[in-house]
Design a protein around this ligand. Structure first.
Ligand code: GLV
Ligand code: GLV
Length: 337
């Protein structure tokens, strides 16, 4: 019998061709443009040897136990793997593939966009023009003013590939200093992907603790994994320590920031603004959500990696990871469980 693989999206071009070329496999693929339904995934996972899934598909004990003992590989079309219960895979020796490298540039680009929009009030300013308010707000020396990047202290909560690629982009803006907090406070970052900590003329140093990160950053970039210890790490106490002209950017996972605390911090003008690619309870953000009443908050719908080239690459690497997991070969990128 052919081995079965389940794929929770239609893929594009090269990726779909790679998959379709495998006549030795039974390929069961979700057909709709909407996220795969949980019940469909559970039903079809039965007997699967591999599953390629999205960050919108929970991969938990129920899914892997329903699939059965022949399940060898989960290939996630994402860098984040908080939707995957690692223990459920580890205890069964199921391998986990992901796509951490190919999306770094795209997400770092979006981070720069969000910094600029938050500081320079891009969403608020364009909103006023679209609403026909420009005639009531002629040029004025203080119209729509905000902070600027040069001379900033930039703080990174999580300083992996995406943070470091963002830093590379920020250096030419003339920032003055960098502090970062990883899971090992006060210690130099383990992987310096671009040699920045050694070659750069401005100080790049580990923060002693979250309090220092909060109180010294002019631009705070959230780029860490969502884990039990980072959930709501940015809360009311954190905002209370931040600078009035600081902006906070989240390109990681929504629940790292307590949304109610962020709304409060913006209301009380404890910080200047926010730029979010992700938010708690996405995508269920209705028009009356309090965050949407905050003119200083720019919110975009989880589009960090959404360039054409990057999404093509993520799809292709996900299929390669899936196939490598089936054949016992090296993946493009594998999570150490
Ligand atoms: C996007 O958020 C990803 O994890 O790839
Ligand atoms: C840890 O949070 C890191 O991204 O380095």
């Amino acid at each position: 019998a052919k081995r079965k693989v389940v794929v929770t999206r239609q893929l594009i071009d090269e990726a779909q061709e790679l998959l379709d070329g495998r006549s030795d496999l039974e390929i069961v693929q979700w057909q709709s443009e909407k996220p795969c339904e949980r019940s469909w995934l559970i039903d079809n996972a039965k007997g699967a040897s591999g599953i390629l899934l999205m960050l919108t598909d929970k991969c938990d004990e129920e899914l892997v136990s329903t699939a059965g003992d022949q399940l060898k590989v989960i290939a996630s079309f994402s860098v984040g793997t908080d939707h995957v219960e690692r223990d459920a895979l580890k205890k069964r020796n199921i391998r986990l593939g992901y796509t951490p490298k190919c999306l770094t540039d795209a997400v770092a680009d979006l981070t720069i966009m969000l910094i600029l929009m938050a500081q320079r009030r891009g969403g608020e300013a364009m909103g006023k023009v679209l609403a026909g308010e420009w005639p009531q707000m002629p040029w004025h020396p203080l119209l729509m003013t905000g902070p600027q990047i040069s001379k900033s202290t930039v703080g990174f909560l999580g300083f992996g590939r995406i943070g470091q690629a963002t830093l590379k982009r920020l250096l030419p803006f003339g920032i003055s200093r960098v502090i970062y907090l990883t899971s090992k406070p006060g210690q130099p970052v383990k992987d310096d992907h671009y040699g920045l900590t050694k070659q750069t003329e401005i100080p790049i140093e580990p923060a002693k603790n979250w309090e220092q990160l909060a109180s010294e950053s002019d631009i705070l970039i959230v780029g860490c994994a969502l884990t039990p210890s980072t959930k709501h790490l940015v809360n009311a106490d954190f905002f209370a320590r931040m600078k009035k002209l600081a902006v906070i950017i989240n390109v990681a996972r929504g629940p790292i920031i307590d949304t109610n605390a962020l709304v409060d911090a913006l209301d009380k003008e404890q910080i200047f603004g926010a730029g979010l690619d992700v938010i708690e309870n996405e995508p269920n953000i209705q028009a009356d959500h309090p965050i949407l009443k905050q003119p200083r908050c720019v919110l975009v719908p989880h589009i960090g990696s959404a360039t054409i080239a990057t999404r093509e690459q993520m799809a292709t690497e996900s299929v390669k990871n899936l196939l490598a997991g089936l054949s016992g070969e090296a993946m493009v990128n594998e999570v150490e469980l």
